[in-house]
Design a protein around this ligand. Structure first.
Ligand code: C2E
Ligand code: CA
Ligand code: CA
Length: 528
């Protein structure tokens, strides 16, 4: 690789600092994976509160669902059982009280208190309480709620009753479901209180779960009613639930963090692979302006004068030089050829003043430059550089799909004074037709034909025919890829004088070209 200036090699070290070492992909991957994990910790801390509230809401809904079910069952009992009682605690009454259809998970005991005194229940003739125990809740209303007495440290239970003709039918409600319900998703996280709706000093409160939660500072509560609007429920949650919620948030946060981290790592490697793919590399190369011209002289074999140069694209990458054969077709396919030519042209235009006034530089273009006003816009952008010094080579190796537009574009540029050469003449699509339609007056004879000189290859006749055609139609001809003096001589004998090839010089960077030109002129003026 050629550097104009040695300081290019160590741009940072030369200023006395050490270059920053880029972080390795593995470390970066680890970092990308761990960052979301670490970030999930404070975030889950923040989410603990709202999550606890949500869990409290969910629990309330569960309790409400259970209450609705109890309501439905009780309703069913009142409708079907009530009308069939004889109110004598006889066989039919006992059968009804013990009928499994009316005896279910929400009802612990059911019984009758007779107007005449005494009564019976699903337990037999024993009564869980006496009528006297029912008031003051059991006032004169037909339907009501009362409570059992708390005896022997048992919990009080709610009693629903129905009064008909002085008799009372009652159902001791089974609230054991609430115990199970309050133990999920964490134990001792909830406290449920229920009691009659009308608040009064005498209305008892039925506690379920850990009552200390209610006393906790900052505990939250939700109140709601059963479907009859008879019983008020208040559900409490405090530190235990918040702790549990935080734990859950941390748990899911870590999983989520791991998932996000994995995605980030995957995205990073995907991006890295893309950037390392040819397209990505080319785009990065364009952004870093790595595409530069090398110049190969074209020499008039009669006068040994350098008449012009072909600008050949080189990709200066990582200390090496990549020839266009490795990427130009792909760049064209990916529509990157336009910015590439633009970058090259910019450099060529900047270099033009450093060449002798009579010398031109020829830039390779493709059909796409002419099928839209791309080339025209490029030249306009650069203020129409001198057409005497800038020419273009259009290859016939690839077809022009929109020949009409190409004709319009070429004509417009020719009117500006620009010249076009048909490159690789004879190797591709309709060379003669292109010459005619595009009004091109210069052809480049491909190396493939030059190589046949001195051999009996069939293609030699193509070379001879091409030269004959060029001479007859007054075309300017440049022979490419000329490597030996023997070829120069043959071409000269046949009237082809403009020679480009290793026999004279390879493509070179401008600095090297200037040195080559100095030596060339020294040799060739002293010869004369
Ligand atoms: P091309 O336009 O036919 O260019 C001539 C090629 O022959 C160049 O190859 C040149 O280095 C090589 N060459 C010249 N003299 C000799 C010789 O005596 N012997 C041998 N063996 N080779 C010689 P390079 O530079 O690798 O370019 C290859 C092709 O890439 C070019 O063929 C051209 O079609 C394309 N190309 C180069 N630069 C550009 C550009 O800026 N734009 C476009 N669209 N295509 C370009
Ligand atoms: Ca060319
Ligand atoms: Ca060529």
């Amino acid at each position: 690789m050629h550097y104009d200036d040695a300081s290019h090699m160590h741009p940072i070290r030369s200023s006395g600092r050490y270059p920053l070492r880029p972080i390795s992909p593995l470390w970066l991957s680890l970092l990308l994976f761990c960052l979301p994990l670490l970030a999930s910790l404070p975030i889950s801390q923040l989410l603990g509160g709202p999550l606890a509230h949500q869990l409290l809401q969910d629990k309330k809904m569960e309790v409400e669902t259970a209450l609705a079910e109890r309501h439905r069952l009780l309703d069913n009992n009142i409708r079907h059982q009530l009308t069939r009682f004889q109110f004598d605690c006889g066989r039919q009454d006992m059968t009804l009280l013990r009928d499994p259809r009316y005896y279910n998970s929400h009802i612990r005991i059911q019984g009758i208190l007779l107007a005449a005194g005494g009564g019976c229940s699903s337990l037999g003739l024993d009564l869980p309480f006496t009528p006297a125990e029912l008031p003051p809740y059991a006032n004169q209303e037909q339907f009501g709620i009362a409570a059992t007495q708390a005896r022997f440290h048992t919990e009080q239970e709610l009693v629903a009753y129905y009064r008909t003709g002085g008799n009372i039918v009652y159902w001791v409600l089974n609230n054991s479901w609430s115990h199970a319900l309050l133990q999920t998703p964490c134990s001792n996280c909830f406290y449920l209180e229920f009691g009659q709706q009308q608040p009064g000093a005498s209305s008892p409160i039925f506690p379920r779960g850990d009552s200390s939660i209610k006393q906790e500072e900052g505990s939250q509560s939700l109140s709601f009613f059963d479907p009859n609007q008879e019983i008020r429920q208040t559900l409490w949650a405090g530190r235990a639930l918040e702790h549990y919620a935080q734990q859950q948030a941390r748990h899911y946060g870590l999983w989520l963090g791991a998932a996000v981290g994995t995605l980030l790592v995957a995205a990073y490697w995907g991006l890295r692979n893309y950037r390392r793919s040819l397209k990505g590399l080319l785009q990065a190369g364009l952004a870093r302006r790595e595409f530069v011209p090398f110049y190969q002289p074209v020499i008039d074999s009669r006068s040994q004068q350098v008449v012009g140069f072909e600008a050949l694209l080189r990709w200066q990458r990582g200390g090496g030089l990549i020839p266009p054969g490795a990427f130009i077709d792909y760049a064209e396919e990916q529509q990157l050829i336009l910015p590439m030519t633009s970058q090259l042209l910019e450099r060529v235009i900047a270099d033009l003043p450093r060449l002798a006034p009579g010398q031109w530089v020829s830039v390779n273009i493709v059909a796409a430059h002419l099928e839209h006003p791309h080339l025209r816009n490029l030249l306009l952008q650069h203020g129409w550089p001198s057409p005497a010094q800038l020419t273009f080579e259009l290859t016939e190796r690839k077809p022009i799909t929109d020949i009409k537009t190409a004709v319009i574009e070429i004509t417009a540029l020719q009117q500006q004074g620009y010249h076009f050469k048909l490159d690789d003449f004879g190797t591709g699509y309709g060379g003669f037709a292109y010459l005619q339609r595009l009004g091109i007056r210069q052809i480049k004879i491909d190396k493939m034909f030059v190589d046949t000189i001195g051999t009996d290859d069939l293609k030699r006749s193509v070379l001879d025919a091409t030269i004959a055609f060029g001479r007859e139609s007054g075309m300017e001809m440049i022979a490419e890829g000329v490597e030996r003096q023997e070829q120069v001589d043959y071409l000269q004998q046949h009237g082809v004088h403009l020679i480009q090839g290793y026999v004279y010089a390879p493509p070179m960077a401008l600095t090297k070209l200037k040195i080559w030109l100095l030596a060339w002129y020294q040799n060739h003026t002293s010869e004369r």
